[in-house]
Ligand binder design. Structure first.
Ligand code: GTR
Length: 336
């Protein structure tokens, strides 16, 4: 790597971080403030004020509940699938669905059989995915990824009140723009247990500096509304960013991350995703833990599940498949 990256274990004042206490007390607040000011904007503050179960139905493998979440006057929906055959409380996955995506019955069934409940929300029902987004009122003061990330936390507020859910074992999952969202949501809400960022690329797991895929110029031209306005100033000037994406991941330490790439997803720059993981891993020994445990050469189709940052590179295109879900569920099950 020819680029010069901001030092993860050095504060703005130039001091070296040597302990988890100092990382928590000084470095994390610095990083959060910087990511908020220069990339994602503020997370909306609105709280969950109530919820209403508007439908319940028994499927062959799960009970489906449709739930409306009330958040100080703003309402959005989540659909929760509770496995039939398990003793409660059960761990849960929450997935963000991009655009017109729907929850996949094959995935729900597989997760139920593995002992997981699953909850879903459609990003569009929180804030629409277009240049002049509508929905959550706070969208005007922040970026759309922050608003979607906020929705994950409000679903967790509800799951904490659902006796059949183990709210201390909740994973959040997102593909691509959804993966950018989960990384930022996870950094902001320490209650989540595991964060999955699938093929998240630019603005997600991939380093901005030295990318051979999507750059700040591209993403802010096409999807500027996902971020705070200031982010576009770094177009072609990535070296001016006071952070890089390995530091977004390090905000999650010592909790668990699962990052994926795909062989035909050069736009997300898999090489930079792995470099980010390796650099983020430096935060974990502060807590007496391992970050990622990866070989020099990454093999396609292998689940690297040993460390607190799991990784795999799937054969194929930009997508989230059953192979990916199997990796997430096996890893999650193994660390419960
Ligand atoms: C791509 C975009 C990525 C990613 C993706 C998606 O076209 O350039 O940043 O977000 O779309 O969400 O599908």
């Amino acid at each position: 790597m020819a680029e010069r990256f901001p030092e993860l274990l050095t504060t703005i004042s130039g001091e070296t971080i040597r302990t988890a206490e100092d990382f928590e007390c000084f470095k994390k607040p610095e990083l959060k403030a910087l990511f908020s000011a220069f990339e994602y904007g503020e997370v909306p503050k609105r709280q969950l004020t109530g919820f209403e179960i508007t439908a319940a139905e028994t499927l062959p493998y799960a009970v489906k509940k449709t739930v409306q979440l009330d958040c100080e006057g703003f309402r959005f929906e989540t659909r929760l699938y509770l496995p039939l055959s398990q003793k409660s409380p059960v761990p849960a996955f929450i997935q963000i669905l991009n655009l017109t995506e729907k929850e996949n019955p094959e995935v729900i069934r597989y997760l139920a059989e593995m002992g997981f409940s699953s909850a879903f929300f459609s990003a569009e029902t929180v804030v629409t995915d277009k240049p002049e987004p509508t929905g959550l009122p706070e969208k005007d003061e922040t970026g759309v990824l922050s608003c979607w990330g906020w929705a994950f936390s409000r679903i967790l507020d509800y799951l904490e009140k659902e006796p059949q859910i183990d709210a201390e074992k909740v994973a959040i999952v997102g593909h691509s723009r959804g993966g950018k969202t989960t990384l930022w949501a996870f950094a902001n809400d320490p209650r989540f247990f595991l964060c999955v960022a699938n093929n998240s690329g630019c603005g997600g797991a991939s380093l901005h500096r030295g990318t051979t895929g999507e750059r700040v110029t591209d993403i802010t031209k096409n999807f500027g509304y996902w971020f705070c306005k200031k982010f576009a100033d770094f177009s072609g000037k990535e070296e001016m960013l006071p952070f890089d994406q390995h530091e977004l991941m390090a905000l999650s330490a010592p909790r668990r991350l699962y990052i994926t790439s795909a062989t035909e997803d050069a736009w997300a720059c898999p090489g930079n995703e792995v470099d980010a993981i390796r650099m983020a891993s430096a935060a974990y020994p502060l807590y007496g833990k391992k970050g990622a445990v990866l070989p020099e050469e990454i093999k396609t189709g292998v689940y690297y599940h040993e460390g607190n940052i799991a990784y795999h590179r799937r054969e194929g295109k930009h997508d989230m498949t059953l192979f990916d879900w199997q990796g997430f569920a096996e890893y999650f099950k193994g660390v419960l």
